[in-house]
Design a protein around this ligand. Structure first.
Ligand code: ADP
Ligand code: MG
Length: 257
């Protein structure tokens, strides 16, 4: 049994960065896929992580909420060290929204139920409150009129927006996105990016792995270029995307731009 957590649980250290990663290494067997990462994300910041396939972007994101156990280094989220052996990781995860490439919705539950289940089980919100919060967030992502639909009745872009509304319904302090538009048909990408842009403008703290360079350029406060398990360079988008200093960044951008 996990104890109920509320979004007002005394977890957040307001002075601490939202995420502080120091000396992070991760190996799968003999293969070291993260080779010493240092990264901070501050409250209200939007940080986009870009880089070639296989460079360790997803593994980095998954280490933030311990979906992967780091091999070495420390990861702090909202002031709590999640790499500490005694961490209550469920309490931390309750404050961290995560949106994946695959939407992972419950196929046999309505859109509304998909957005209320975790509120009720994790936050122990009463049904009426959970439904009110879910409807608010579904309206925010443009799906107020689809609350009774099943996921299969929606387009991929709509399903991803439900996944975002579901995460927002937990009142997260920060959001992690792992290539949220990569599985979508091209004509559906814009709506999802539009929702993410609105979130960013609303001040949400976001760490976003993406191949959408136009989005990164327009929305990110900072762009982090990763290659082969290392942060090669980071800085404002006009610097990293507009005038990269490293050859590996230039090579990558030539391929994707
Ligand atoms: P990216 O998201 O940048 O494409 P990943 O973090 O998914 O990169 O993967 C980095 C490397 O780690 C890849 O070579 C991948 O095959 C490997 N990898 C990722 N997850 C696992 C795993 N669970 N077991 C073994 N190897 C993995
Ligand atoms: Mg990935």
């Amino acid at each position: 049994m996990t104890a109920p957590v509320t979004s007002s649980a005394p977890l957040t250290d307001a002075a601490a960065p939202a995420i502080r990663i120091e000396g992070l290494h991760k190996s799968f067997g003999p293969r070291e896929v993260l080779r010493g990462i240092d990264l901070e994300v501050h409250a209200g910041e939007v940080v986009c992580v870009v880089g070639p396939s296989g460079s360790g972007k997803s593994t980095l994101l998954r280490c933030v909420n311990l979906l992967e156990q780091p091999t070495a280094g420390t990861v702090r989220v909202l002031g709590t060290e999640v790499t500490h052996p005694d961490v209550d990781i469920d309490a931390v995860r309750a404050h961290v929204g995560m949106v994946f490439q695959s939407f992972n919705l419950f196929a046999h539950r309505s859109v509304l139920e998909n957005c209320t289940i975790a509120q009720r089980t994790v936050l122990r919100r009463p049904r009426a409150e959970a439904e009110r919060v879910a409807r608010e967030n579904l309206a925010r992502v443009g799906l107020a009129d689809r609350v009774d639909a099943l996921p299969a009745q929606l387009s991929g872009g709509q399903q991803q927006r439900v996944a975002i509304a579901r995460a927002l319904s937990m009142d997260p302090a920060l959001m992690l996105f792992d290539e949220p538009t990569s599985a979508l048909d091209p004509e559906l990408v814009g709506d999802v990016l539009g929702v993410m842009r609105d979130l960013a403008e609303g001040g949400m703290t976001m760490l976003v792995v993406t191949h959408e360079m136009a989005f990164a350029r327009e929305v990110a406060d900072r762009v982090v270029f990763m290659d082969d398990g290392l942060v090669v360079e980071q800085g404002p988008p006009e610097q990293v995307i507009g005038a990269p200093t490293h050859e590996r960044t230039r090579t990558f951008l030539r391929r994707v731009l």
